[in-house]
Design a protein around this ligand. Structure first.
Ligand code: NAP
Length: 307
């Protein structure tokens, strides 16, 4: 199954998007958020999704996911569980907090967060990703961090790279050059690709050609390509919902191995899953003109509220 579920909107009371507060009208208490997270995981599992993506900085996403896997009796061999280190959650469960995440791409942060992820996810952790590596975060130039990641890979934990910002392409090219014991260090890349922002495409094609697993995130541009506020062109395609159209376009990209849904409710998840039955290649071609310059796209994204 090419569609997977990301937990960025499910492990904490606030996330960047265009209307998260409306999707979570009642419930910011940890117990209520855990029940909602489990309801979305149940809907995903019922639809056949078997890959779940978490991060240390997504609040309690790893804990919620581990509990769900345990309660449903789902073993490691039936799922892929990816998580990430490199950002720390600092909002203390306050949706209105001034800061939600702090970037820490140091060896100390890696050691601390690896221990935390392993304590939460234990045997289920099957891919550990650097969270949002950029050219200037320094993580792709840090010998100490890269050597430690290489050591983890030697122990059997695959290492992935996630990207962010207008220079994803350049960061991925640098990431592809990182070797450990004569082989590429990273076995996967997670990058933003959607109908508005396609600039990373050439590097994703190269990554796919070099054997990396390519994971697409933010296929709905954090909700800009979903719901009534989506561009008009996405509403004019028969009965398909805009979110299904945008996800179908991502699923159809030849370099895409996995596409993350970021659904925050079971209803959104079911709507997203309808993408699997659309002709995404034709839709992506027809919607080519939605593309924005990467700087403009990322500037707009940086202005989306946490809610
Ligand atoms: N650097 C990184 O590594 C990184 C960065 C970002 C994301 N990710 C991963 O990628 C996953 C997906 O990212 P994302 O959540 O930003 O992706 P997205 O798919 O671009 O946006 C998801 C948002 O779209 C809205 N949405 C989805 N379906 C909808 C529907 N049917 N109707 C109306 N609105 C709908 C929801 O917003 P509302 O909640 O407002 O309704 C949801 O939170 C994350 O969970 C995470 O695993 C990784």
């Amino acid at each position: 199954m090419k569609l997977a579920l990301g937990l960025a909107a499910l492990g904490r009371p606030a996330y960047i998007n265009v209307g998260h507060a409306e999707a979570l009208p009642d419930a910011y208490a940890p117990g209520a958020l855990e029940r909602r997270c489990h309801a979305v995981l149940d809907a995903a599992w019922a639809a056949g999704l078997t890959w779940f993506d978490a991060a240390r900085s997504y609040g309690r996403s790893e804990e919620f996911l581990a509990k769900w896997l345990q309660q449903r009796g789902i073993t490691r061999s039936h799922v892929t569980v990816s998580s990430k280190w490199g950002y720390r959650y600092v909002a203390n469960w306050q949706p209105g907090a001034e800061k939600h995440e702090v970037k820490e791409h140091t060896l100390e942060a890696l050691e601390r967060q690896l221990a935390e992820s392993r304590a939460m996810l234990g045997p289920w952790l099957s891919l550990y990703q650097v969270h949002s590596a950029t050219l200037d975060s320094g993580v792709l130039q840090s010998r100490a961090v890269l050597e430690r990641l290489g050591g983890l890979r030697d122990e059997g934990l695959p290492i992935g790279l996630s990207l962010s910002g207008p220079k994803q392409r350049e960061a991925l090219e640098l990431g592809l050059s990182v070797q450990h014991r004569g082989a590429p260090l990273f076995s996967s890349v997670q990058a933003t690709w959607n109908l508005l922002e396609r600039s990373v495409e050439p590097a994703l094609r190269r990554a796919k050609g070099e054997g990396l697993t390519v994971i697409i995130k933010e296929a709905l541009a954090n909700g800009r390509l979903a719901g009534p506020g989506a561009p008009r062109a996405l509403h004019a395609l028969g009965s398909a919902t805009p979110d299904a159209v945008a996800l179908a376009a991502a699923l159809a990209q030849p370099f895409a191995d996995v596409v993350l849904s970021g659904a925050s409710t079971p209803e959104q998840l079911r709507s997203n899953v309808a993408a699997l039955w659309l002709d995404g290649a034709a839709l992506a071609d027809a919607l080519e003109t939605l593309k924005e310059p990467p700087e403009q796209y990322w500037q707009t994204r940086s202005k989306l509220p946490w809610n």
